[in-house]
Design a protein around this ligand. Structure first.
Ligand code: NAI
Ligand code: ISE
Length: 340
């Protein structure tokens, strides 16, 4: 039987996920959509034969909606996720789970009260083949202990609404989640360095930034975030171990040699770079909802990501090394680092 889904937010990624759920994901159907941009939401609803609903809350309560996908602006996530939990519906929420740590905690508390995991957060890099292969190799311990990671997260450009804190809260938050999953360790400290600023950044944005994280066992991770790199969307991850090194390659399928040069395509944006990861993420989410047992990034992972990014923001603002302290992981989420 098809899983009937309601989507809240028909902007860039909302449209992408609606297309994916409609034309690629097996066993799913988008039956309702909502957005404060009524015109766009009505248009996509008509195109795919779904119902347009005035408000997100109303959509969540529709009896024909089995599960909800939240792809609206960050500050709206918490309210919609809480409403879905209240109505005992599975909810896939794009990152971040909530804009404040306290908001993530409220979601975790509601799930614990219910005694069941209903929430999955959109940390799709866990479904990328490159990261999965790195994880498999690290888990085999063939390379020995992990010592350091060198990562980069580069976007070709951003608009004026993207400000200094968003470098961590909107972008590096992906590395925060996927590297914790890769290493199966939490972070204990964060530092942020603000190097020479590019002339391409608008006045509310310090770009690039370098985030340094330390894990429980002392692994050091440096992450360059540079959102005006111009040449494309580029994600790097190099893991240096005692007996060798493993790193992501770029997912290009061909290269051209011409006039004494070798050209290889660089992805243009996240939709293109992680298309297969998003496809897998949604297929597995739909399958797990139907099986009544989620196994992807959960509300606790969303909460840990929020605590870590808040520590990074404090480190950036104070110029200091900030300690990260987590509460004990509640029973409901135990083993979350080995799942997904
Ligand atoms: P966008 O600005 O293109 O779309 C957001 C949509 O939310 C807009 O259509 C807006 O009208 C709608 N909206 C705002 N308030 C609303 C409300 N109260 N109720 C219903 N709809 C409302 O933004 P984009 O890029 O699509 O991002 C959406 C979310 O997805 C963000 O939270 C972002 O962090 C996340 N995202 C995740 C990515 C990933 O790689 N996992 C990639 C891009 C975005
Ligand atoms: C965007 O919101 C995303 O989530 C993308 O995956 C990320 O790479 C980009 O930097 C963010 O702005």
């Amino acid at each position: 039987m098809e899983l009937k889904i309601g989507v809240i937010g028909t902007g860039a990624i909302g449209m992408d996920h609606i297309q994916r759920l409609t034309y690629k994901t097996k066993g799913a159907k988008v039956v309702a959509v909502s957005d404060i941009n009524v015109e766009r939401a009505q248009q996509i609803a008509q195109e795919i034969g779904a119902k347009f609903v005035e408000s997100g809350e109303e959509l969540i309560r529709l009896p024909e909606v089995d599960a909800v996908v939240v792809t609206s602006w960050d500050p709206t996530h918490e309210g919609y996720v809480l409403e879905a939990i209240k109505n005992k519906k599975y909810v896939f929420c794009e990152k971040p789970l909530a804009v404040e740590v306290e908001g993530c905690k409220r979601i975790v508390d509601e799930e614990i009260k219910l005694g069941k995991k209903l929430v999955q957060v959109g940390y799709m890099r866990r479904y990328d083949q490159g990261y999965e292969e790195i994880k498999e190799l690290l888990d085999s311990r063939k390379l020995g202990e992990v010592l350091m990671l060198h990562c980069a997260h580069r976007n070709p450009g951003v608009d004026e609404s993207y400000t200094t804190p968003m470098a961590v809260e909107n972008s590096v938050v992906h590395e925060i989640d996927v590297l914790r999953w890769l290493l199966k360790e939490n972070y204990v400290a964060a530092q942020v360095i603000l190097p020479k600023r590019t002339t391409s950044a608008h006045k509310e944005l310090h770009d690039p930034q370098i985030v340094i994280l330390e894990t429980e066992s002392g692994i050091h991770i440096d992450i360059e975030i540079f959102v005006n790199c111009h040449y494309g969307y580029d994600i790097k991850c190099e893991v240096m171990c005692e007996n060798g090194m493993v790193s992501l390659t770029d997912p290009a399928f061909s290269s051209v040699r011409m006039e004494g040069k070798d050209f290889t395509k660089v992805s243009s944006d996240w939709k293109d770079r992680f298309v297969k990861a998003y496809d897998r993420e949604f297929q597995l989410w739909v399958d797990s909802v139907k099986a009544d047992e989620l196994n992807g990034p959960n509300a606790w992972d969303g909460y840990v990501a929020a605590i870590t990014s808040t520590a990074c923001s404090k480190a950036r603002d104070t110029g200091e090394r900030v300690q990260i302290q987590l509460d004990e992981c509640p029973d409901l989420y135990k083993n979350s680092l080995v799942l997904a």
